[in-house]
Design a protein. Structure first.
Length: 255
């Protein structure tokens, strides 16, 4: 199956670490010209140097940053064919005990950032033309399709990403732009350790082996391999999908 990205120009949000970095590295290795965004400038610059990408520091909640990132891609690479909305955070808390500012932070990064970058990228994706294989790939979660206790804001944000993916796929299909989302289970990254979302991370990973029917948690490379397919021309007839990549977790796990 041909998954070359030779003629693609990709913009990956949250590309300095974890799943975003793995996706950006896979795209670079497959021949794409890649730009990555992130809030931690030093980490972003180091990642960009290592993979040969263009670093674009900023916050995905900033509409101006989204517009500038797209313009930078067009100026540097001559266009834009691929957007990966990967930037995301998780937070623990029920509806009653999640502070308003924490709710807004999760929604702002996970959902609003996805919308802002998609909106900013659409003119460039349309300009790339019908033969460019233009696409948007959103990072959702197994938590977008089913509830998990005490991670309400995260679940709601990812459910909204799922519906946004489907709606946008219909809106831009006439322009031959594809829109899909991936819904990972537990993947070994810094997502759960940032902000102490999980108190005992090693114990969480060990327990997660039992909540994933395949018996092990994922790695960033597992997600990157599927992202490479979905953003390549091999998936030219695939749009509007929310694809679980979770070791079977959504089939069986209650937490």
């Amino acid at each position: 199956m041909e998954t070359s990205m030779k003629d693609k120009v990709a913009l990956v949000t949250g590309g300095s670490s974890g799943i975003g970095r793995a996706i950006a590295e896979a795209f670079c290795a497959a021949g794409a010209r890649v730009a990555i965004t992130g809030r931690r400038e030093a980490e972003l610059n180091a990642a960009a140097r290592a993979m040969g990408a263009l670093p674009l520091p900023g916050d995905v909640r900033d509409a101006g940053h989204a517009r500038r990132a797209v313009v930078a891609c067009v100026e540097q690479f001559g266009g834009l064919t691929t957007l990966v909305n990967n930037a995301g955070v998780i937070a623990t808390g029920t509806t009653a005990d999640t502070a308003p500012e924490e709710w807004e932070r999760v929604m702002g990064i996970n959902l609003e950032g996805t919308v802002l970058f998609s909106r900013a990228a659409l003119p460039a994706l349309r300009k790339a033309g019908r033969g460019a294989g233009a696409s948007i790939l959103n990072l959702s979660s197994v938590a977008g399709a089913r509830p998990y206790a005490a991670v309400t804001a995260y679940c709601v944000s990812k459910a909204a990403v799922d519906m946004f993916t489907r709606c946008l796929a219909l809106e831009v299909a006439p322009d031959a732009i594809r829109v899909n989302a991936m819904a990972p289970g537990v993947v070994v990254t810094n997502l759960h350790t940032a902000g102490n979302a999980v108190a005992d991370y090693p114990a969480f990973l060990e327990r997660s082996k039992e909540t994933h029917p395949l018996g092990f948690v994922g790695e960033a490379r597992d997600i990157a391999a599927f992202a490479l397919y979905l953003c390549s021309d091999a998936a030219r007839w695939v749009t509007g999908g929310i694809f679980p990549i979770d070791g079977g977790r959504a089939l069986a796990s209650s937490r």
